[in-house]
Design a binder for this molecule. Structure first.
Ligand SMILES: Cc1cc2nc3c(=O)[nH]c(=O)nc-3n(C[C@H](O)[C@H](O)[C@H](O)COP(=O)(O)OP(=O)(O)OC[C@H]3O[C@@H](n4cnc5c(N)ncnc54)[C@H](O)[C@@H]3O)c2cc1C
Length: 380
């Protein structure tokens, strides 16, 4: 077993760290207030090819490792978790749907290559008002009409939805078959009948743009069908396994970011004639949090390595997602407490991180659903 990152992985980590500190940190508080998405910064980072990092060069990716991608999401999320999820959805939910599909190579390249360099942005449409934790409750339907399909229905909570050039829409080709008739299509922005709802007003990750998407007689060429009827549900579940590793990285990044703010604060803040880090009760608290962060990190990196080595990764991904996101919630909540009154003030960042951490326990399968996945394997 090797616990050392390769030179390539360290370089990606460094690139993401410098970008986060230079390009994201300066406006992060303002964007939390205004809910403005940093599109210019997103395009700038895209020029490195990082959004296609884990995908093969043959389909327009960068041919890097999944762990490198995870390290990049983690570094970004230490500073700006909204940017972290926009990146993760673009790469692992949108890009993952394309990559994991059985679409011909040319179609994969057509829809993947433009996101690699940030020229286009992708989103992922699985959830509907009737289909949350139970993704089988889909109502969106695609009906064949000559060489194309006509799609009708609505999706909700689409991260990157308002920005997306391409969205993978999961839907049923025969409602009587349920998930056995589920397919998936890439729907392009501007296709007649395809509209995006208002940008949702959220508790956290406030500058990530999330919206409904509506499909009213949207005609999509059959070649945009990336999962044939019956393949869509499997594609969605496989893609979510990879996506969950991205959310775990987002959670771990938030936890590490908040921990570092608390650590520095505790060495400077004087009460009772000494820095508060000299209070053993508080120092022990940090020892516990540091240990939990490192345990979560091991689960996360293991899941990423399982994925890139072609080993089963459904359960490792669920364990990493549940653990890293619970640690994110715990560390950020403690960080607010450790900073006292200042922790409650926006200028100190940790209250934003606490709000951002909450969603990581909910999306891409709630942590209750991760327990269903893990316990399902225990009692097979
Ligand atoms: C900000 C945000 C961004 C999102 N981005 C995307 C996106 O880009 N694409 C996309 O497709 N979706 C997206 N989602 C949807 C997200 O994945 C779902 O909200 C999530 O899976 C939970 O579904 P739900 O909200 O319908 O909750 P519900 O399924 O209604 O769950 C409600 C509660 O019941 C619990 N529960 C449900 N079933 C069980 C069970 N069997 N056992 C135990 N507990 C259970 C849940 O854990 C939860 O606590 C996003 C959501 C949000 C809020």
């Amino acid at each position: 077993m090797n616990f050392t990152l390769t030179q390539d992985q360290q370089q990606i980590q460094q690139l993401a760290r410098e970008f986060a500190e230079k390009d994201l940190l300066p406006g992060v508080l303002e964007r939390d207030e205004s809910s403005e998405f940093p599109l210019e910064a997103f395009k700038k980072l895209g020029k490195t090819g990082i959004y296609g990092l884990p995908y093969p060069t043959e389909v327009g990716g960068l041919g890097g490792s999944y762990l490198s991608y995870i390290l990049a999401v983690e570094e970004i999320s230490k500073v700006d978790a909204s940017f972290g999820i926009a990146f993760s959805v673009d790469t692992s939910l949108y890009g993952g749907s394309i990559m994991n599909s059985s679409a011909p190579e040319a179609i994969k390249k057509k829809f993947l290559a433009p996101i690699t360099y940030g020229e286009k942005i992708g989103s992922f449409g699985l959830t509907e008002h009737t289909a949350g934790s139970d993704a089988a409750g889909q109502r969106t339907v695609a009906t064949k009409d000559g060489d194309s399909y006509i799609i009708n229905g609505s999706k909700c909570f689409n991260t990157n939805g308002p920005l997306a050039d391409y969205t993978v829409i999961y839907c049923l080709t025969d409602p009587a078959l349920g998930t056995k008739g589920m397919a998936a299509f890439v729907v392009e922005k501007g296709t007649p009948g395809f509209t995006v709802g208002k940008v949702e007003n959220k508790m956290g990750i406030r500058s990530a743009h999330v919206s409904d998407m509506h499909l009213d007689n949207v005609r999509v060429p059959a070649e945009n069908m990336i999962a044939q009827p019956g393949e869509g549900f499997k594609l969605a579940m496989k893609t979510l396994d990879g996506g969950r590793i991205g959310v775990a990285a987002q959670g771990l990044g938030i936890a590490k970011g908040a921990f570092e703010i608390a650590r520095k604060y505790m060495m400077e803040r004087q009460q009772f004639g000494k820095p508060i880090c000299k209070q053993q009760y508080l120092a022990f608290k940090m020892a516990e949090l540091q240990t939990k962060i490192q345990a979560a990190e091991l689960l996360l990196y293991k899941a990423a390595i399982c994925k890139e080595e072609g080993q089963p990764y459904t359960v490792p991904a669920a364990m990493a997602k549940m653990t890293c996101t619970n640690v994110a919630m715990e560390v950020t909540t403690e960080a607010v407490q450790l900073l006292g009154g200042n922790g409650y003030m926006k200028d100190y960042h940790v209250e934003r991180m606490m709000r951002d951490a909450k969603i990581t326990q909910i999306y891409e399968g709630t942590n209750e659903i991760q327990k269903l996945v893990i316990s399902g394997q225990i009692f097979r």
